[in-house]
Design a protein around this ligand. Sequence first.
Ligand SMILES: Nc1ncnc2c1ncn2[C@@H]1O[C@H](COP(=O)(O)OP(=O)(O)OP(=O)(O)O)[C@@H](O)[C@H]1O
Length: 392
Amino acid sequence: MVSEVRAAAEGRAGASAADRAGNHARPGAAPEGLRVRDLHVRYPAGRGAVTTAVAGVDLDVRTGEVLALLGPSGSGKSSLLRAVAGLEPVAGGTVRWAGRDLAGVPVHRRGFGLMFQDGQLFPHRTVAGNVAYGLTMARLPRAHRERRVAELLDLVGLTGYGPRPVSTLSGGQAQRVTLARALAPQPALLLLDEPLSALDRGLREHLTGELYDILRATGTTALYVTHDHDEAFTVADRVAVMDAGRLLQVDAPDRLWWRPVSREVATFLGFAPFLAADVRGDVARTFLGEVPARAPMPDGVALVALGPAALQVVADGRWTREDVEVPMVATRFVRGRTEVDVVLPDGSRATAVAPGATVVGQGVQVRLDPGAAVVVPASPQDDISRVEPGSA
Ligand SMILES: Nc1ncnc2c1ncn2[C@@H]1O[C@H](COP(=O)(O)OP(=O)(O)OP(=O)(O)O)[C@@H](O)[C@H]1O
């Protein structure tokens, strides 16, 4: 299916060059893209109290860019997206598209497409009827409409599904129809709120790849809300990490991963634990060895964050003086490899990859792979007493 959709998407890419050129002539589309400044969204929380869901966000999405908004539950992602859509009132700040302030512009006049987790297909319409919805509203001639619906169904891998009642579709097929319906009117900006999170993991991974292809093939500008790292990293040109109503970092996926600006961002990306480190030049020294600082870092105390597979259990007979012996407290077999939990000399618990089966309770030698760890600044609340020169 991926290859079919990719082929359809590539076919569409050829056909859409003119569309994309014409994109700039369509109302609402222009090179400036989306510009959000100092945006605040608040909700009444009873007895005169308010919840601040979005607390002063600045964000740009360039034309043709896919930007993922990634953050834990309750961090304000949906509120930000809904404010951009015009579905939520803005308590402060501005939302501009192509230089135009959207204050007071109703949802249906913004020229944006919307796609939500639960699809919300019209149950009494066929697949084609659903995809054609926006085109009918725009009063497109019937022949043009039918051609466009067929083109969109090809694009999402549902060629020939037009006459089917939507009640006969699987969850994944229904979300493909939802995507086709959102893309049909060629929205200036597509706003996707957890579009795949109701699907099981396998299907989600599969459709994430398809979404990547489809959004690129159609040159769609998109803001994509998700709490799933893999989805965000796969689908987006840039990822914005959000927490407690604020953006912590906005960067390309590889840069975000290798240069998280804070412990908070690294924690959210899944780095753990954090080792006390002493930075000299562009190297951070820890009790497990040295790690290169990829971003400029002042000399002094810092933290080294361990990424997945940053620690390896060293097989008997291969030990070196750099390795550290630690107690092992748990073991499991995950996705074809053995992982063990160990307790490091500073008391933190860490996961290491083992070369084979292991027995809980044994001591094991672990080695740090400096290429799988990152250096982040220490914050005032970190216990840095262990980072005095000589201890790291
Ligand atoms: N309609 C509402 N009324 C009151 N509070 C709300 C409303 N919608 C959201 N909130 C609150 O605003 C905050 C941000 O919620 P929001 O749904 O934007 O976060 P999110 O990051 O999208 O979360 P999730 O991933 O769980 O959907 C939360 O504290 C939430 O309880």
